[in-house]
Design a protein around this ligand. Structure first.
Ligand code: 13P
Length: 247
């Protein structure tokens, strides 16, 4: 079985002072975690995470990356820049980027490919909206989103992390049931199995209102290999309880 991965996504939250307090509170109590742990911060705070987390059991990463190598792309951040600050992971295609920044499946796939080529593990987010679920299109949507990445990275697909985040469960307090989540994770696993001989090597995280109370039942599902945590990653005790639930 894969070692589970619990990754926090701070989204556009934090400050130097708040991050310092939050990370120090996590480090004080994390001990030797039985899961891999990571925090994905806004780009300006990656240097701070590098300084706070180097040598600790917590890895760190970014929330987005450019599909380009370098050059005239004002406002973008390249993979090499993320590597300069020690990032191991990078979220790619979070639904908030797809929704508010018009990121297409193809752009998300190009970003994932760029991250992989540069030595950073992309955490590729997929997930359906409420309307898509209600019209019975959940499978179609997540398979389409993952297919674009498989098409772009080929056999390297076994090197990525996938995060299934139903859009209707993000920040709403409405979590997918363990059965609903497992059902989609199984679909994604089967799609990976058609693309790589190592489908079990790919960790498929669940994200969407995961918290200290519901984490254990979600993480007990056979195809749920970890969590991508928004709100609860901003509270040290809550986040550490989720990490403990992944043991
Ligand atoms: P919440 O845990 O706040 O629902 O956010 C989930 C998410 O979008 C993580 O990327």
């Amino acid at each position: 079985m894969n070692r589970k991965l619990i990754a926090g996504n701070w989204k556009m939250n934090g400050s130097l002072a708040a991050n310092d307090a939050l990370v120090k509170a996590m480090l004080a109590d994390i001990g030797v975690p039985a899961a891999d742990v990571a925090l994905c911060a806004p780009a300006p705070y990656l240097a701070q995470l590098q300084s706070l987390l180097t040598g600790s059991p917590i890895a760190w990463g970014a929330q987005d990356v450019s599909a380009h190598d370098k050059g005239a792309y004002t406002g973008e951040v390249s993979v090499d820049m993320l590597k300069d600050f020690g990032c191991r992971y990078c979220l790619v295609g979070h639904s908030e980027r797809r929704q508010y920044h018009g990121e297409t499946d193809e752009l998300v796939a190009a970003k994932a490919q760029r991250a992989l080529a540069g030595g950073i593990t992309p955490v590729v987010c997929v997930g359906e909206t409420l309307a898509e679920r209600e019209s019975g299109d959940t499978e179609l949507v997540v398979r389409r989103q993952l297919a674009a990445v498989i098409h772009a990275v080929g056999h390297c697909i076994s090197e990525i992390v996938v995060a299934y985040e139903p859009v209707w469960a993000i920040g709403t307090g409405r979590t997918a049931t363990p059965e609903q989540a497992q059902q989609v994770h199984a679909v994604l696993r089967a799609q990976l199995a058609a693309a790589t001989t190592h489908p079990k090597r790919v960790r498929i995280l669940y994200g969407g209102s995961m918290n200290a109370a519901n984490a254990a039942s979600l993480l007990a599902q056979p195809d749920i290999d970890g969590g991508l945590i928004g709100g609860a990653s901003l509270k040290a005790a809550d986040f550490l309880q989720i990490v403990a639930a992944a043991a």
